[in-house]
Design a protein. Structure first.
Length: 94
């Protein structure tokens, strides 16, 4: 599940950049749908499920979740594309 989601969001982000600089036509806006759906889902979870005392806390939760997931997804795709077989999490090895 993680790989398809990361790939779809990445395609949406790349398509957005290429469309902004004029390389892609307007019909490529459909490539934004996975990224928009993801952003909407993270925002709802940040506002409703994570908690916080004020609306500012809840909005910050949504920003933190999106940032954290984008960083994780970038690292996941990099490891998948360039190989991470030899990488060992030494904190989990005795």
């Amino acid at each position: 599940m993680a790989l398809p989601a990361a790939v779809l969001v990445s395609i949406g982000l790349v398509a957005g950049i290429l469309q902004a600089v004029g390389v892609l036509g307007p019909w490529w806006a459909l490539a934004y749908l996975p990224a928009v759906g993801y952003l909407l889902g993270v925002t709802v979870v940040g506002l409703v499920r994570v908690g916080g005392d004020t609306i500012a806390d809840r909005l910050l939760n949504a920003v933190v979740l999106a940032t954290m997931h984008l960083a994780w997804g970038t690292g996941f795709l990099r490891g998948w594309l360039f190989g991470a077989e030899s990488t060992v999490d030494s904190s989990r090895v005795r």
